[in-house]
Design a binder for this molecule. Structure first.
Ligand code: LMR
Length: 329
């Protein structure tokens, strides 16, 4: 009897000792992404970690996993819904399974520059799109820029006919597939983590990406030509799961969101700078020649690719396309 009582007492003592440790355990936010740390998204994620851990010391811990170390973009949203990761910022081209409207951002030659992209994202229609994943249990917390896309290839691309028959890696987007089909090329949906090897082994002939991604992942070392096409945008949506977001105590959620907004502002600044400096580093390297297009050549690309808009009008919505297009003015 006495032994039994002692047993109960020691179990209670263990619980008592363990309880404060449990109560003080910080909330962990795993932030998974696929790019290098030295990119707009990499810098944004690291800044977010620094701000949150400074302002919520001991309460929230942010673990950043760059370069597809934890999840590639194909798995990350599923993992988020299962609670295995709490934040990510996939490119807007990678949400097709969850919503069709974000395909908007992939329409070729829709935005003339990043200022137009930004104007649209901050407009009422753009902000509304942050809720487009809501029925799937995901929340868009904000947009983050990377930049305008360029096309790298194993040969000089000046007019659409030059791309005929070539294989291009694309992100998992049907719009991007249609865009390359429109110029007689063969698109291949492949994860970002495989692009360098595919180019190096010549399994593919080219790919489209921003100056920052082409530089930081060394694609310019295995692609002799980059056509400065500025034909599309590569931007991100920072997302979390509704379940996780609503589980945060309100005061903590507010600080996390403010920190994220500030980190995004930094990421956008880095994006602007890198669009210029990473391009220059590529030019200076002499490894890849940057091909500039004349107005007449560019017009040929626009004319070849623009019919893609019509193909996806029903899925995206004409009103939304018009609203985005009007941000160019
Ligand atoms: C890509 O797959 O090319 C990009 O989405 C990578 C990224 O996240 O910038």
């Amino acid at each position: 009897m006495l032994l039994k009582k002692l047993g109960v007492l020691s179990a209670l003592a263990c619980l008592f000792l363990a309880a404060p440790a449990f109560a003080n355990k910080p909330i962990v936010i795993k932030f998974s992404h696929v790019v290098a740390e030295n990119t707009p998204k990499g810098q944004m994620a690291n800044k977010f970690k620094a701000l949150v851990e400074e302002r919520l010391a001991g309460k929230v811990e942010v673990k950043v996993y760059p370069s597809s170390q934890l999840f590639g973009d194909k798995k990350v949203l599923q993992a988020m819904l299962l609670g295995d990761v709490q934040m990510a910022a996939p490119s807007l081209s990678k949400f097709k399974k969850y919503t069709k409207t974000l395909q908007l951002f992939d329409l070729p030659f829709l935005f003339k520059d990043m200022a137009a992209v930004d104007r649209f994202q901050q407009s009422a229609s753009g902000q509304e799109l942050l809720n487009s994943l809501s029925s799937k249990g995901l929340i868009g917390l904000g947009y983050l820029h990377n930049g305008m896309k360029q096309i790298s290839a194993s040969k000089i691309l000046k007019v659409p006919a030059d791309a005929h028959g070539l294989k291009f890696r694309i992100m998992s987007s049907d719009v991007l597939a249609a865009q390359f089909q429109a110029v007689g090329a063969a698109p291949l949906k492949k994860p970002f983590s495989e692009v360098f090897t595919l180019l190096q082994t010549k399994a593919i002939d080219g790919q489209e990406n921003t100056w920052s991604n082409i530089y930081s992942k060394k694609f310019f070392e295995v692609q002799p030509y980059i056509t400065e096409s500025d034909h599309g945008v590569l931007d991100y949506m920072v997302v979390t799961s509704k379940q996780f977001w609503m589980s945060l105590p309100e005061d903590i959620r507010t600080v996390v969101k403010t920190s994220l907004d500030e980190a995004i502002a930094l990421g956008n600044k880095v994006a602007n700078e890198k669009a210029v400096s990473d391009k220059q580093k590529i030019v200076d390297s002499g490894r890849s020649e940057v091909i500039t297009l004349t107005d007449a050549e560019r017009t040929q690309w626009v004319e070849a690719m623009k019919p893609v808009w019509k193909q996806f009008e029903d899925q995206i919505g004409k009103e939304l396309i018009d609203a985005a297009y009007n941000s160019n003015k």
